[in-house]
Design a protein around this ligand. Structure first.
Ligand code: G4P
Length: 525
């Protein structure tokens, strides 16, 4: 197969959800379909157990295990599918945000009993900003949950997206009978534990066909009524609109029972886009270009202080990546060679000789990489990189050991490069403030400074709701904002102006007072 064919068959996506909605279970079923794993339970090690929520070391250990399953590749329908896994733990949601910036599409899992939960809203905001096409899987229909129309209403109102149901459930909980595939005109009868066989599929042209009534009884009538309503209210799926992130196809099912999952996967392979063009500061780069390029979107550090080794995750954008080939590290202005790049399979990683756009390779790293770094075949390219997201937890950070100021500054700088936290400098006091999206990140920072850099920092509380980046078309307006709101302003590490808001209300007030200032919740604007 030549390079262009290899690229055309890559599909790279992420599965995201609020914890416990069924992301791990669905991932596992997809891998089973692809034959990448043979037994259920193989992906479980990737899950951060709930018991560990207050013990970040335990979480980090589990995260270490999960590196191997950060990317899971499998073959299905002639395609090579790369699933990028995301940490379920909400304190590491920033990792998930970053992962969303390198995928070509996303599957969002929603628990039918809980509807759209807080974390899903946040994740969707990132997708919406990037116009990433999203498919929704409404899970756990085998349990009593919200009325499917209410779930769709929530999806539309909370996620601000138009939905188009591709399948529709008949009943739920104990009364769950199966799903109607609107596209194929067939009904799959639900039987628990994934024992689907051909007898459980009723193929009829019309949902009012007596054959269906015969099999479903009263549920068939309700299904027909529901479908009349669905047809009247929701638009037909339109791939063009989907690719622009304007409409989301919705599937109903039960991941644990492997029900409705095949419909989802078959639709995914039909509609999901191959790797697209990626914008660098210099130009737009297309995957089919002959010359290699890629960028680092995630750095995973080993928690073992004796080996300060890290794994940099590189998304390949163009050309092909070859083991032992020298590539240009644009920021360091140096050639680097990689003798053991990792590719990731279902539950293991192995050394790879060649990889293509859409693929992710893990590069063992001893400190050469920062988030967003670009590697090329020689051209000077800067991928827009990986944005930072508006932090919500803040502390003043002070040096707790004056003899080790240098170590602290080095440690902070390297850990910030890795994306562990963000650092701001107050305009008025000059004090350093660390900000994180999840609260455990603060503990991770302190622990790693001490154990990896032999440096101690002390945190002091600071009353703060959110930090957002501010900009304006008019430099005078920005200068005026800076002057009038100096006490609430800080600079990020790149010297950009950030508004430190004490409350949601303070942001609203500032927006009203300064209509010509834009407030951004990610550093990418
Ligand atoms: P997550 O990765 O999104 O956090 O969720 P995960 O797949 O781990 O699923 C969370 C819980 O929901 C698990 O139960 C899982 O078995 C259950 N689950 C997933 N899909 C379905 C479904 O379709 N129907 C029902 N009824 N339950 C489902 P658990 O008890 O927390 O874990 P486990 O002991 O089963 O592993």
């Amino acid at each position: 197969m030549d390079r262009l064919q290899e690229i055309a068959r890559r599909r790279t996506f992420a599965i995201v959800s609020h914890p416990d909605a069924g992301k791990t279970t669905l991932t596992e079923k997809l891998l089973l379909f692809g034959g990448a794993i043979q037994v259920a339970g193989a992906v479980k090690s990737n899950k951060i157990k709930r018991a560990a929520t207050s013990d970040f070391m335990e979480i980090e250990k589990q995260r270490g295990i999960s590196v191997a399953t950060s990317v899971m590749a499998f073959e299905y329908g002639g395609l090579k599918i790369n699933i990028l896994d995301t940490p379920g733990h909400q304190d590491f949601v920033e990792d998930t945000f970053r992962t969303l910036t390198v995928v070509d599409s996303v599957i969002v899992v929603v628990d039918s009993a809980k509807g759209v939960e807080a974390q899903t809203e946040k994740l969707m905001e990132v997708c919406r900003r990037r116009h990433t096409p999203v498919i929704v899987f409404v899970n756990k229909l085998d349990r009593d949950g919200l009325d499917p129309f209410d779930v769709l209403d929530e999806l539309e109102s909370k996620l601000s997206i138009t939905v188009s149901p591709m399948t529709w459930p008949a009943g739920m909980g104990h009364g769950f009978r199966g799903v109607w595939n609107r596209h194929a005109g067939r009904f799959c009868i639900f039987s628990p534990h994934g024992k689907q066989d051909s007898e459980d599929v009723v193929i009829v042209d019309d949902v009012r066909d007596p054959l269906l009534t015969q099999r479903l009884g009263y549920a068939a009538e309700k299904l027909a009524e529901d479908l009349d309503m669905v047809g009247g209210v929701y638009p037909q799926f339109d791939r063009g609109r989907w690719l622009k992130g304007e409409i989301a196809p919705v599937f109903f099912g039960s991941a644990i029972n492997n029900f409705g999952v095949k419909e989802l996967l078959d639709c995914f392979v039909e509609i999901a886009p191959p790797p697209g063009d990626v914008l660098a500061e210099e130009r737009s780069v297309s995957p089919g270009e002959e010359k290699f390029s890629g960028f680092v979107f995630k750095i995973h550090a080993n928690m073992d202080p004796r080996h300060r080794d890290r794994l940099a995750f590189l998304r390949i954008v163009s050309g092909s990546f070859q083991r032992n080939e020298a590539y240009y590290h644009v920021r360091l202005e140096r050639q680097l060679r990689f003798s053991s790049p990792h590719a990731f399979l279902a539950d293991k990683k192995e050394i790879v000789d060649e990889a293509f756009p859409g693929d992710i390779v893990g590069l063992p790293d001893s400190g050469n990489f920062k988030l967003g770094d670009t590697l090329t075949a020689g051209e000077i390219l800067h991928y827009r990189g990986v944005p930072s997201f508006a932090p919500e937890h803040f502390r003043y950070v002070d040096n707790a050991d004056p003899m080790r100021a240098k170590q602290l500054s080095k440690g902070l700088s390297e850990l910030l490069d890795e994306g562990v936290a963000q650092l701001f400098t107050s305009l008025t006091s000059g004090r350093k403030i660390v900000g994180t999206v999840g609260v455990l990140q603060l503990e991770v920072l302190q622990y790693r400074l001490e154990h990896e850099y032999n440096a101690k920092c002390r945190y002091q509380p600071i009353e703060m709701h959110k930090a957002c980046w501010v900009s304006s078309d008019d430099p005078d307006v920005l200068a005026e904002f800076r002057r009038k709101r100096e006490a609430s302003c800080a600079l990020d590490r790149h010297g950009r102006l950030v508004f430190l808001a004490h409350s949601a209300w303070a942001i609203k007030l500032a927006q009203d007072d300064f209509p010509r200032i834009q407030f951004h919740y990610s550093s990418e604007f």
